[in-house]
Write a protein of this length. Structure first.
Length: 128
């Protein structure tokens, strides 16, 4: 169990700027029996512990050193109709609650300017 936090994540911070908004996806080798998300859920329940290779974002790279997945099957969530939401994760900057609005606006403007730079945009693409 994680130790208690000395702050309230929801109430002690306010947003400055969204840096990235990314869809979540699942990818696996083409030799895996499931060929879609519904089949994958059934397969995972029937085969506990057999799908334990975590991967990071990027052009098909795995942490376990296997390199590019090549020929893999994949599913990037657009929308989970039964749950009525789109799984995504984001990266953002936050400030302590009470930070002056003009400071938040200045940092936000700087982030927007930096992210508009074509070289920064290209680097994000390269990193996946």
């Amino acid at each position: 169990m994680a130790p208690p936090l000395s702050f309230d994540v929801v109430n002690d911070f306010e947003p400055i700027s969204l840096i990235a908004d990314c869809p979540m996806g699942l990818f696996g080798r083409a030799t895996l029996p499931p060929k879609n998300l519904a089949e994958l859920i059934v397969w995972l329940k029937e085969n506990p512990g057999k799908a334990a290779t975590p991967c990071r974002s990027g052009p098909g790279l795995c942490r376990d050193g296997e390199g590019p997945m090549g020929g893999g099957a994949g599913y990037v969530f657009d929308r989970v109709a039964s749950l009525d939401f789109t799984p995504r994760f984001g990266m953002a900057l936050w400030a302590p609650r009470g930070t002056p609005k003009e400071i938040i606006a200045k940092i936000d403007a700087s982030v927007i300017e930096a992210l508009a730079d074509p070289a920064a945009h290209q680097r994000f693409i390269e990193l996946g």
